[in-house]
Design a protein around this ligand. Structure first.
Ligand code: FAS
Ligand code: PHB
Length: 391
């Protein structure tokens, strides 16, 4: 049986970043992860980092490769009715930008930093369970190498994602869940081909939404709105590229470089929030507490703001015995979560096809897009949400 001040469940970006922030504050911690490091790194997810995420990684000294390989972006294109219109993020937000740098790379950098710091991470942990988190002596049990292990802690940080064990362990009468499931998914393709444009293109077309993103000047990431009934097997690379071309403007369709996919997956889209985000000695952070449709590129960045608040709360507790941060964590995190939920829902509703809502919805979407590109006030609102609202 071992003990640690903070037991972190989940070695995704939330858990790993929290671990680094706590270590920097002198608060020891152990991460328990059910998958292998390879499995965690094999998941292809986010691509756009807000400045708060860049700054958080810099604050724990995990930013060198991001600044070398990451791509600062100062704008993106909205494509509708066959025309592209640039949203100038820098001009609209007084010089702010986003960083294009894949979540896989962020996770890799955090993993290496944690290992270099000699912090304990238990990978491939089986039957992870949390206990007594309604007391000040919670504990985690898990199996490894045929043995059952117990980890005592003062707090448990549930950073175990949407399908994790932490939120699921909270008594149903102690938690409120708000959810909206969208009637479509995103078919994503990663390919070692140069991006079709220097910046991202978000397309609203009558055939469905499309997003042109990237990971580097030689690696592209594309998404197509698709029915949830679709399977990856139905989508050959040729079929994917042909449909993407159908959803692009003529110039982009002409310039599109296609190639073999190195990853292809369909992700469901949902908006979800669990309230509160604290249950006694259990604190939820990141996807364990909330999910956004990826349209607004908020998921990973919300996980970061959660753990920034949480690390500060734990530092106040362990260094000054001040419970104010811990007691205020849920309300503080949820205030930012709900603003990002609103933006992600709004941008998803604006850019995707909803056939069940009829042609009126398409016309209203086009009217809002026209208003957006001609109103500085409207495009400023889009831009300041996209680059990330203040902490
Ligand atoms: P994660 O889900 O990343 O990590 C949770 C970790 O906990 C995982 O490693 C998991 O193995 C582990 N775990 C689960 N159960 C456990 C248990 N019982 N015991 C121990 N460990 C356990 N966001 C964007 O901003 N842009 C995007 O384009 C984007 N695309 C996405 C595509 C997909 C398919 C998905 C699922 C999400 C996407 N997201 C995107 C959101 C995503 O980036 C998340 O916001 C981000 O991974 C959140 O990080 P974590 O909260 O650490 O959760
Ligand atoms: C990505 O590159 O994976 C990405 C970028 C922007 C989004 C969603 C996904 O809004």
């Amino acid at each position: 049986m071992t003990s640690t001040p903070v037991a972190i469940i989940g070695a995704g970006p939330a858990g790993l970043l929290l671990g680094q922030l706590l270590a920097k504050a002198g608060v020891d911690n152990v991460i328990i992860e059910r998958q292998s490091p390879e499995y965690v790194l094999g998941r292809i997810r986010a691509g756009v980092l807000e400045q708060i995420t860049v700054d958080a990684l810099s604050s724990v000294g995990v930013d060198a490769r991001m600044h070398q390989e990451g791509l600062p972006h100062h704008g993106f294109d909205l494509l509708f009715k066959g025309q592209r219109h640039r949203i100038d993020l820098a001009d609209l937000t007084g010089g702010k930008q986003v960083m294009v740098y894949g979540q896989t790379e962020v996770t890799k950098d955090l993993m290496h930093a944690r290992a270099a710091a000699g912090l304990q991470t238990v990978y491939s942990a089986g039957d992870v369970a949390i206990h007594d988190f309604d007391t000040d002596k919670p504990r985690v049990t898990y199996t490894q190498d045929g043995q059952t292990h117990t980890l005592n802690a003062r707090f448990i940080a549930g950073c175990d994602g949407f399908h994790g064990v932490c939120r699921a362990s909270v008594p149903p009468n102690a938690i409120q869940q708000f959810e909206k499931v969208y009637p479509f998914g995103w078919l994503g393709v990663l390919a070692d081909v140069p991006p079709v444009s220097d910046e991202l293109i978000y397309a609203n077309t009558q055939r469905g939404f499309a997003l042109c993103s990237m990971r580097s000047p030689t690696r592209s990431r594309y998404y197509l709105q698709c029915p949830m009934s679709d399977s990856v097997a139905q989508w050959s690379d040729d079929a994917f590229w042909a449909e993407l071309k159908n959803r692009l403007d003529p110039q982009a369709a002409e310039q599109l470089v296609t190639g073999a996919s190195i990853e292809k997956s369909i992700a469901p889209l949902r908006s979800f929030v669990a309230e509160p985000m604290r249950f006694g000695s259990l604190m939820l952070a990141g996807d364990a507490a909330h999910i956004v449709p990826p349209t607004g590129a908020k998921g990973l960045n919300l996980a970061v703001s959660d753990v920034l608040y949480l690390a500060n709360a734990f530092e106040r507790y362990f260094k000054e015995k001040d419970v104010g941060g811990v007691d205020g964590y849920s309300e503080q995190a949820l205030a930012r979560v709900w603003k990002a939920e609103r933006f992600s829902w709004w941008f998803t509703s604006l850019m995707h096809q909803f056939p069940e809502l009829g042609s009126f919805n398409q016309k209203v979407q086009e009217a809002e897009l026209e208003y957006l590109i001609h109103s500085r006030a409207a495009s400023t609102s889009l831009a300041e949400n996209y680059v990330g609202l203040p902490l």
